[in-house]
Write a protein that binds this ligand. Structure first.
Ligand code: ADP
Ligand code: MG
Length: 434
């Protein structure tokens, strides 16, 4: 970044929550997979006479997310109507939360969070040449919105935060958080300043991946620096990321929350979360989270960070590694991990396996794999033989010892026997030996 400037960044991230049904109705929460307008009910459309009900599972996900982030879980919480007119919002308002978000404070990846509230997603529109089509399958599906404090300072911070949030939602089983599918959406608020006083921010939307979030941040920081350098002051704006051109483009001047005429949703009950949920029990039942796993893998197995990150991003592979280690000594951890993260992962991409559809982390027998590692460690197999056997085990299962015997791959380990063989070779080939 140009000398003398500081970039300040705050994120707003929306993420779908995993539930059977929508946030306020019994329509299926299946926003992408069904044909258009299959999962729509009169409640989703706010037809007269219908009343919404709160999906408890969605609230529970929020509470668990808050607990995992060491945040405050509100006791009192309520929903609000956020009023605006747009074809993708069939009710004329979105049910959201303004004053009393379920989660406040907390930290992720070292960055302070402001809040996380619960709301419903909108419909999706497809624009044709002379008309638009609207699919309401997504309308009313549960959505969390997380807001950070303006405490990030670079494209790297943005990408790191987004990755860690993705991991958190997946580890908690709260959401799949695939940005490419629209299950997680990142908006980056960026300002640049030469002084202690923060500049006016622009909010960048339409970001389609974590790396795009990084590129958009980089671009926007430089754009604002150029504006300042030209003697002008950046104004508060909403901008869109143009992936093809690699630039942000002006969309509109930013709306204020007063434009939305928020008021408490009269058709839903207020919630007293500390009475509904046993927070201490829920806290004690949280699964191991990414950072805890990182620390444990260092302490228990002494793995290198590259391997650890591979496991952090691939839970089934991590579980396979852990199952393997149940049958092995810690001293074999690095070797086992190397076979997993490099040999097996490599084999999965090879011609032998790439189209096989084998779900290796669930089908390969970890006990048998541990036995293979023990055989290599004991010198019964060389690494070439071990790889052949491993491929056989991935494709057809089986016991590595039996496969090794069948294929004649057991190595001779008896030093005296080997000496005799070597001596015989030397004796039979005096010329070469000389
Ligand atoms: P809105 O909903 O209008 O976008 P919020 O108050 O929820 O506004 O803030 C949105 C985000 O903007 C937050 O993540 C916050 O940290 C960030 N933000 C606020 N002021 C600045 C600033 N001057 N520079 C960068 N980011 C900012
Ligand atoms: Mg915003």
């Amino acid at each position: 970044m140009k000398e003398g400037y500081t970039a300040t960044i705050g994120l707003e991230i929306h993420a779908h929550l995993k539930t059977k049904t929508k946030m306020f109705s019994r329509s299926l929460n299946d926003p992408f997979h069904a044909g258009p307008n299959a999962n729509v009910s009169p409640i989703d459309m706010a037809h007269p006479g219908t009343l919404p009900t709160i999906n408890k599972k969605a609230v529970e996900h929020m509470v668990r997310i808050g607990l995992a982030l060491d945040a405050d879980i509100a006791n009192f919480t309520e929903f609000d109507r956020k009023n605006y007119f747009y074809p993708d919002i069939p009710k004329g308002y979105q049910i959201s939360q303004l004053k009393y978000p379920i989660v406040s404070g907390g930290k992720l990846a070292g960055f302070d969070l402001t809040r996380i509230h619960l709301e419903e997603d909108t419909a999706t529109s497809k624009h044709q040449s002379d008309h638009s089509l609207i699919d309401y399958n997504r309308a009313g599906t549960p959505l969390m919105e997380l807001v950070t404090e303006p405490v990030l300072h670079s494209a790297e911070d943005v990408m790191k935060f987004a990755r860690e949030l993705q991991l958190l939602l997946r580890y908690l089983g709260a959401g799949d958080a695939n940005i490419e599918k629209g299950e997680m959406r990142i908006e980056v608020n960026i300002s640049v300043s030469k002084t202690d006083k923060l500049g006016l921010r622009s909010e960048v939307k339409n970001i389609g991946s974590i790396s795009s979030a990084g590129r958009a941040t980089e671009y926007e920081i430089n754009r604002q620096i150029e504006v300042l350098e030209s003697g002008e002051i950046p104004t508060q704006q909403t901008r869109g990321w143009d992936e093809a051109k690699g630039i942000t483009v002006f969309q509109r001047n930013k709306e204020d929350s007063k434009d939305y005429r928020y008021f408490p949703e009269p058709d839903l009950p207020k919630l007293y979360l500390h009475e509904i949920f046993d927070l201490e029990k829920m806290r004690s039942e949280l699964p191991e989270l990414a950072n805890q796993k990182r620390e444990r893998y260092v302490a228990d197995f002494g793995l290198k960070s590259e391997d650890i990150e591979a496991y952090i991003g691939n839970l089934p592979m991590a579980l396979f590694f852990e199952a393997t280690m149940k049958g092995l000594d810690k001293s074999n951890a690095k070797a086992a991990s190397n076979y997993i993260t490099s040999d097996i992962v490599g084999m999965l991409k090879s011609d032998d396996l790439k189209d096989s559809g084998i779900d290796v982390w669930n089908t390969l027998d970890a006990k048998m794999f541990a036995k293979l590692i023990t055989m290599v460690d004991g010198g019964d197999l060389n690494s070439r033989g071990a790889k052949d056997i491993l491929l056989e085990m991935i494709q057809n299962g089986g016991d590595p010892e039996i496969i090794a015997n069948d294929k004649g791959l057991i190595q001779e380990n008896d030093v005296e026997a080997l000496k005799a063989v070597v001596q015989k070779i030397i004796d039979n080939n005096p010329g070469q030996a000389a």
